[in-house]
Each structure stands twice: as structure tokens, then as C-alpha cells.
Design a protein around this ligand. Structure first.
Ligand code: HPA
Ligand code: ZN
Length: 338
């Protein structure tokens, strides 16, 4: 039976998928320090407290200015593996049964790390994840503040690893870097059989124009964030009718302005397949159950709506239909047993 109120325990126990999770954003201060020592990298901070104190962001670009330099501690295949495994243990704790893991190869290849080092480490964790009770897959994101040519080169590097990468995404600084800049490389990625998604971050310059480009010109399968879509009810009807998912991240949104809870719930109630995710949990100190619970604490919503968010996470995942059905049954069983 559904509980009468939403508790953190109920949300944490709900079987769920996570579809908007940057592996590089799971680098907890403890692991950052350990890797810095192991690889003899000076990160300019010597304690966990100092690292945490540097996590003050009021915009996407101020977050990215802290985010990218920290990645220097990732040097060896083992480091990438260890990072992904640490997240997968957290995922299990939060009853994430399936996760599509974003990763940013250009953030590593641009500082001299081989593409193979990155993907071999991450994919080893993906192969081992079912033994932890979490299925996983990799989604390779292009950095939109780098050139379209660099994205095309990265896609070429990825093609020999086609079977290890499920989809292609786009992240980093949206300002001045609209979806259309990557139309050609996304077309190539579609032809190569990848699923497609893209960040349309909140309250950007021309957010709604970028959302329109992503949906209509590029024809993505999902949108990451994308809550500014409420500015255009025709586009809302478009994603609802096509079953296109939005992967929202209320806690990370809250750091740069507003959790966008009204928009998330408005879309949910309009029948859009919105989901709640953690984005960069180590930086925003919030794993996916915490994001879902934060939404319930800050906005008025029902237990049934919380369950619908979890159902949506499997429905708009890129799992095969039989796996989706199996996970949806797990949600039904969980609620029945409550
Ligand atoms: N937006 C853009 N780039 C990012 C994000 C995000 O939410 N997280 C990590 N890189
Ligand atoms: Zn993101």
C-alpha cells in the first residue's frame, strides 16, 4: 500500500533508475585526496574541509570552474575504475537498479589521457556492476564549449568501442553553444546506432530556442534538465505525445537558482515523463533518493506522484522492453509490500 506521507525511507527503498549522472561528478573529496596523493598531483587543497569549502557555486560556469580542474587526479585506468565503482556502491545503497552513466572523454583526452584509459576503466566497472545488483551502461557526452570538430574526432575514437557505449549526450557550458552547433556529429551518432540526449540547462540564454533545436532539429530521444519547456505548451504536448523523457536534477538546480520543482510537478501532472536525478552528487552532496526527497519536502506532492517519478525513470531509460517491464514489476511489488 502507498504510505500516507512521503518519507526518506520510502523514497530510498523505491527501485529506481538514474539517467542523469556524470561519473566525473561523483568524485567525492575523500577519493579526490587519495588519488591526488597516489598520482602526486597538487590540487591546491590538503583537507576534506578545504575541498568542501571550495564548493560554492552560483552558476553553471562557476560550478564548471571547480569541476574540471579536479579531474586532474584521474590519471590511470584504475582511477577511472575506482571512481565508477565508488558511485555504483552508492547507487546500490539508494536502490538504483539501473544507471546510464555520463562521462566526458574530452575532459581527459584534452589533458593527455588516452581515450582507451578512460573507457577501459569505466567499462570494467560497468561489467562488474550486475554483481553489485546494479545494471549500468555508458553514455558519452561531448563538451559543447569545445569545437564541433573535436566532438567529431571524439566520436571517431569511440567507434571501435561501439558495443561499450549506449548513447551520446552533450554537456558543459551552454552559453553560446546551442544544440545546432553539433547537428552533424549527432546525425553521425544516430546513424551509428547510438541513443541521443542533450543538456538543455535551466534558465539559459534562449533556453526555449535551444530546447526546440534539440527536439525538432536534432530529434533527441531525451532532454537533460529541459524544464524551461513549460514556456512553450506546444513543445510540452510534443514531448508528452512522443514519450520523450526529461531528466531533471532539483538539488543541482537549487545551487544555481531554483529547484524547478513547480515546473517538474507541472510537467509530471501534464503526463510528461519527467524523472529526478542527482547530476553531480559529490558536488551537490545529494544522491538520487535525496533529490527525490528534497523535491517532496520543498513542494507539495503525493506518494503516488513519487512512485510515478520512479516508474518514469525505467520507462524512458534505454533498456530493452523486457528489462523495463521487470523493473516496473519491482516497483509494484515494493509498493504492495509497503
Ligand atoms: N550541465 C552542464 N554540464 C555539466 C553538468 C550539467 O548539469 N554536470 C556536469 N557537467
Ligand atoms: Zn548534468
Amino acid at each position: 500500500m502507498l504510505p500516507t506521507t512521503i518519507t526518506h525511507d520510502f523514497v530510498k527503498g523505491l527501485p529506481k533508475a538514474e539517467l542523469h549522472l556524470h561519473l566525473e561528478g561523483t568524485l567525492e573529496p575523500e577519493l579526490k585526496l587519495a588519488l591526488a596523493q597516489r598520482n602526486r598531483i597538487d590540487i591546491g587543497q590538503g583537507t576534506i574541509e578545504e575541498i568542501k569549502r571550495s564548493y560554492r557555486f552560483d552558476s553553471l560556469s562557476s560550478f564548471l570552474q571547480v569541476y574540471y580542474p579536479a579531474m586532474n587526479v584521474l590519471q590511470q585506468e584504475e582511477d577511472f575504475y575506482q571512481l565508477a565503482m565508488a558511485y555504483l556502491h552508492k547507487a546500490r545503497e539508494h536502490n538504483v537498479r539501473y544507471v546510464e552513466l555520463f562521462f566526458d572523454p574530452q575532459a581527459h583526452t584534452s589533458r593527455g589521457i588516452a581515450f582507451a584509459t578512460v573507457i577501459d576503466g569505466y567499462h570494467r566497472a560497468v561489467r562488474e556492476s550486475p554483481a553489485l545488483g546494479v545494471e549500468s551502461a555508458l553514455v558519452m557526452c561531448f563538451l559543447r564549449d569545445m569545437s564541433a570538430q573535436s566532438a567529431a574526432d571524439t566520436l571517431e575514437q569511440a567507434l571501435p568501442y561501439r558495443e561499450q557505449i549506449l548513447g551520446i549526450g552533450l554537456d558543459s557550458d551552454e552559453n553560446g553553444n546551442p544544440p545546432g552547433k553539433f547537428k552533424e556529429v549527432f546525425e553521425k551518432a544516430r546513424q551509428a546506432g547510438f541513443h541521443l540526449t542533450m543538456h538543455c540547462d535551466i534558465d539559459q540564454h534562449n533556453s526555449i530556442g535551444n530546447i526546440r533545436q534539440a527536439l525538432l532539429d536534432i530529434q533527441v530521444d531525451r532532454l537533460d534538465h529541459g524544464t524551461n519547456i513549460v514556456e512553450d505548451q506546444e513543445l510540452v504536448a510534443y514531448v508528452r505525445d512522443k514519450g520523450i523523457g526529461l531528466t531533471c536534477c532539483p538539488v543541482s538546480n537549487g545551487f544555481v537558482g531554483d529547484m524547478k520543482g513547480n515546473e517538474i510537478l507541472q510537467l509530471l501532472r501534464a503526463g510528461v515523463k519527467v524523472t529526478v536525478n542527482s547530476d553531480d552528487p559529490a558536488y551537490f552532496q545529494s544522491y538520487v533518493s535525496d533529490d527525490m526527497f528534497a523535491l517532496a519536502q520543498s513542494y507539495s506532492m503525493t506518494p503516488a506522484e513519487m512512485v510515478q517519478l520512479a516508474r518514469n525513470s525505467f520507462e524512458v531509460s534505454w533498456l530493452p522492453a523486457d528489462r523495463k517491464a521487470a523493473y516496473l514489476r519491482q516497483i509494484t511489488d515494493y509498493v504492495d509490500a509497503w
